[in-house]
Design a protein around this ligand. Structure first.
Ligand code: 7RM
Length: 644
């Protein structure tokens, strides 16, 4: 007998439902898509994929609008329910925004964009602080079929510029300034330098966050709120195909050029809503808090689209974990009566250092589920989260996902999983996810207690569909390495019970301070310095950041400058071309780099040296220059002995 597919699952049939989700994805997701989304026109084909061509499509023939699903549909049922609790940078200063208010704000933004000529398919760059208006800008794009490209407001002008140009964005939306940890961030000024030389940009919309006077380009710049005031609070929704692009989001890969991953409408929204409900056990009346920045995929899916798509009440957090002190999160949990809290391991490790006196004064009894994402959640951090924050009463969910998967893919399931979670393990695949492991050589690894490249067998509805402007790169990066499956770029261990643990990236990407960073991006920024002959960047274990950024440098012959001066200049370059978070924690000048005979840098060796694991360098005999390893090691030992 077929398993009944309910919009709300009950504990007892979880295993059967999971089996159904992977064995009969058409029936599983087709049923849910009709139950959980509002369609303007029903779809006729659930899924049509050809992975060799990197082709992924869901719910073909269907038409819907994501903004209609997140706002209009909700307002019809509960206009006065709070959509966002905006927790401003300044403590205690929160504002609530209802679904009705969000809808009206979104319509006014959409009408403003239309007035300035933004049409379906246009790309819109968004460089804004964490405010409800940022969410409204995203939903306004969704409403009219424009494609937003949110760029994290910590990125530099150059990084923003390259993203604007890559997507030929027609407009940029920003604020006068941002404010984080009591400090102003010059968003408008950064946009001004980014946009200089971008012919594609017709207008820059500026919201008021701090109200300071900022430089103004007449004819180009528009006061967003003033323009909105002229507009009606209603705006018809554009009927969109399930596979029309909803947004693009840049993420780092193993080359210097970030990839603009494209997500589409129906599959993404369905998957976002399903995961927030089932991973976090979201129930009506709960107050969900994901403190990730909207500039990352976690913010897109778990601050905006996931929560609004299921009519949830969600905290929109503008501040930092340590402002005004390390009790900020837990004071906020107490004041806002938060039921689910979602953060990154690096923030937890920082807070552990600050001491439990910042946690215990606050009431945390409302909390039920504590989530983490972005990097491995080490045992100490897991334990602290579970015991100190959760008083041993909450479920900790160590969730694994990527910009590419759109939503959580491997995770414990508090709403249905009866197995005891294992610290450091994201545990089990979500509905529709079939993880598989492959050896480096491309052999499928069967059985348990085994480590390999983490791949996913069949694309879930929320997976990215392409890399903007470069579908071949999409195929080459994700669908060529292990033909027929999606390659995540991560390694994973499947334990004796079949549970998954992530062992880290197997490509040249690092996860520093919860931010994903390509080592090649940092190298190409530093290589712009005239004194640098070559550089190699690797990640190394860092107590708080998870991974630190380690830069090995070779200077050009005859360079006499003081090391300190060079390092300061390199730091400036990385800030200029990428962002402050990408600045290496350690610089080391070396006489050469370990290279194979074909000239490829052996990063494996550099990673071991950077981690001071000198006895684990492995076989160095295939190097063109084996003796260099001892020299690099000696340099590194000298550096670490100086530090102590
Ligand atoms: C959501 C996000 C993705 C990369 C991914 C992993 C790492 C994410 C976990 C994790 C260990 C986890 N998107 N990662 N979650 N590693 N345990 N629970 O972070 O695109 O920016 O980064 O993050 O390496 O490939 S991302």
């Amino acid at each position: 007998m077929a398993v009944p597919i309910e919009p709300h699952f009950v504990d007892s049939n979880h295993d059967a439902l999971y089996a159904e989700s992977v064995n009969n994805p058409d029936r599983f997701w087709g049923t849910l898509a009709r139950k959980r989304l509002r369609w303007i026109k029903d779809f006729d084909t659930v899924k049509d994929c050809d992975l060799k061509l990197g082709k992924i499509s869901w719910f073909l023939g269907g038409k819907l609008n994501v903004s209609d699903n997140c706002l209009d549909r909700q307002v019809e049922q509960h206009p006065d329910r709070v959509a966002f609790i905006w927790e401003k940078d300044k403590t205690g200063d929160h504002e609530t925004i209802t679904y009705k208010q969000m809808l009206e704000m979104t319509c006014q933004v959409a009408n403003t964009f239309k007035q300035y000529g933004v049409v379906k398919g246009d790309r819109v760059a968004v460089y804004m602080p964490m405010t409800p208006l940022l969410a409204a800008v995203m939903l306004a794009c969704a409403r009219i079929g424009a494609v937003h490209s949110v760029v994290f407001a910590g990125f530099s002008a150059e990084a923003l510029k390259s993203r604007i140009l890559d997507a030929s964005c027609k407009i940029v939306v920003t604020a006068d300034q941002g404010i984080r940890g009591g400090k102003a961030i010059e968003l408008k000024k950064t946009v001004d330098s980014a946009v200089a030389g971008c012919d594609c940009v017709k207008n820059v919309f500026v919201m008021h966050r701090t109200g300071v006077q900022v430089p103004w380009v007449d004819g180009r710049d528009v006061h967003l709120e003033e323009a909105m005031k002229q507009q009606p609070t209603t705006c018809p929704v554009e009927p969109l195909d399930s596979e029309d692009p909803l947004f693009m989001l840049y993420t780092s890969g193993s080359t210097g050029k970030p990839k603009g991953l494209v997500h589409t409408q129906a599959g993404y929204l369905l998957y976002a809503g399903m995961t927030i409900e089932h991973v976090f056990d979201y129930r009506p009346g709960d107050v969900f808090a994901c403190v990730a920045d909207i500039g990352w995929i976690t913010g897109h899916t778990y601050v905006v689209y996931g929560p609004l798509g299921i009519g949830a009440t969600c905290v929109l957090f503008e501040s930092t974990p340590v402002y005004p002190d390390a009790g900020r999160y837990w004071e906020m949990v107490d004041r806002l009566k938060i039921t689910q809290f979602y953060t990154a391991p690096t923030a937890l490790r920082l807070l552990i250092k600050c001491g439990n006196e910042h946690v215990t004064p606050y009431n945390r009894d409302t909390l039920r589920v504590l989530g983490c994402v972005g990097e491995p959640l080490n045992w100490t951090a897991w334990k602290w989260y579970h015991s100190t924050v959760g008083s041993d009463k909450c479920t900790v969910v160590d969730t694994w996902f990527q910009t590419e998967t759109g939503g959580i893919a491997i995770t414990p399931r508090p709403s249905s999983d009866h197995s005891t979670p294992k610290p450091g393990f994201p545990m089990s695949p979500f509905f529709g996810v079939e993880p598989v492991l492959y050896s480096k050589e491309g052999e499928l690894l069967k059985g348990n207690d085994i480590t390999g490249h983490l791949c996913i067998n069949e694309p879930m509805p929320g997976m990215a569909r392409t890399i903007y402007g470069d579908h071949q790169r999409f195929i080459d990066t994700y669908y060529k390495p292990h033909p027929g499956v999606y390659f995540t770029g991560d390694g994973a261990y499947r334990d004796a019970d079949g549970h998954y643990q992530i062992t880290g990236r197997v490509d040249d990407v690092i996860n520093a301070k919860g931010h994903r960073l390509g080592t090649a991006e940092v190298e190409s920024a530093m290589n712009k310095d005239h004194r640098i002959a070559e550089s190699a960047v690797v990640g190394y274990p860092h107590e708080i950041f998870g991974e630190g950024v380690f830069a090995f440098l070779i200077l050009k012959d005859g360079v006499k400058d003081d090391e300190k001066v060079i390092f300061e200049d390199l730091e400036k370059l990385v800030r200029k071309w990428i962002a402050a978070f990408a600045v290496p924690n350690v610089f080391l000048i070396v006489p050469g780099l370990p290279k194979t005979r074909s000239g490829k840098i052996m990063r494996r060796i550099l990673r071991k040296v950077a981690a001071s694991e000198y006895d684990q360098l492995g076989d160095v005999s295939t190097l063109a220059n084996p003796s260099i390893v001892e020299e690099i090691k000696a340099k590194h030992m000298l550096l670490t002995s100086k530090e102590q």
